[in-house]
Write a protein that binds this ligand. Sequence first.
Ligand code: NAP
Ligand code: MG
Length: 402
Amino acid sequence: MKKIQMTTPLVEMDGDEMTRILWKMIKDELILPFVDLKVEYYDLGLPKRDETGDQITIDAAQACKKYGVGVKCATITPNAQRMTEYKLHQMWKSPNGTIRSILDGTVFRAPITIPTIHPVVKNWEKPITIARHAYGDVYKSVELRAEGPGTAKLVFDGADGSHQETVIQTFKGPGVIQGMHNTDASIRSFAHACFKYATDTKQDLWFSTKDTISKTYDARFREIFDEVFQEYKARFEELGITYFYTLIDDAVARVIRSKGGFIWACKNYDGDVMSDMVSTAFGSLAMMTSVLVSPDGNYEYEAAHGTVTRHYYKYLQGEETSTNPMATIFAWSGALRQRGVKDGLQELVRFADELEGACFDTLGEGIATKDLVGLMEGITPKPANSAQFIAAIRERLEKRLA
Ligand code: NAP
Ligand code: MG
């Protein structure tokens, strides 16, 4: 069979532990036999990051900007224990954080759903995608403890000499104070990424804040979204999709009662909390995909889960593991499809569709990794280890492509 050709390289970012093992299996079994793969390879495994003083992560992010599409394996974010385990020179920052700040992107998380795994919320028929604003608010706040009576103030000294001041609270006794911020530029990027992703995926976009209470701060988010929407309005009408704004508490109630099938844009904290709720309700972290979209249209695809350390340690002991490769396979199919769309390569787009189709065929026959076995209903699952599962997908992929 003639391999599918590519024109522009995909930025490939390798990673750590169990997902690094899966990464190679996926490439060898499901990609390389079918696609004449063109990549620019960056090894973001922790040893290489340490060796290069983390320059490799910055280079990879720049490459994503240059070429427009990247695919990333899960990576270790070092902590104290990893410092000794990997004898690191420094506690390097989270690669995802570094890439996100260089691309100025928004992360969209969507579950891969199958008919035999029912969401906890029984009326959810389609995936719900969460878009989390990943800058500012409480994640970049400063805090003080007021030790006793006194006055807390919010002060802004403008570079132009202007001055604004307001009293937060006059304390009669001890208490706590928090100062947080966001920037118009970051909110605007977030809005562009959301509207762009909605038109890419042809889904409605919901956005929620608490602007009835936060009449300046949250209201600014709403205003900027309204402004930016004007640029996308015609395209939304063409596609028959809608932009819907509502209060966060109303959104929560509506999401639970909905059928799914839309994107829910959330402020930083709301997105942190709601993405865990939505992903758990859909079933498994191993079935959650993640894509970083920049306002200028660059895409970085990955699985939402980590490097699955517990399975890796078992693997190193020579034990059999049944780690689910679905989200990592979908990172590849997502990236290849996007490359195909950008370069006008129908064959590559079709390959991505067939690869995902082969995954659904496999799960549809009940062949599944152990994490899914307990979740499946109305079918007798056939448990498989990672290699068997990937081999089963390959068999079905070959049939589809024949
Ligand atoms: P994790 O790797 O997501 O794994 C947590 C647990 O979830 C696993 O022990 C496993 O449960 C289950 N799980 C996750 N993915 C699975 C899969 N594909 N198949 C089957 N089960 C799966 O999170 P973690 O253990 O907290 O973090 C491990 C490392 O990953 C850390 O060093 C962290 O820094 C890194 N991390 C990276 C990213 C990223 O690069 N995007 C994201 C998160 C975490 P059982 O053990 O019960 O089987
Ligand atoms: Mg969280």
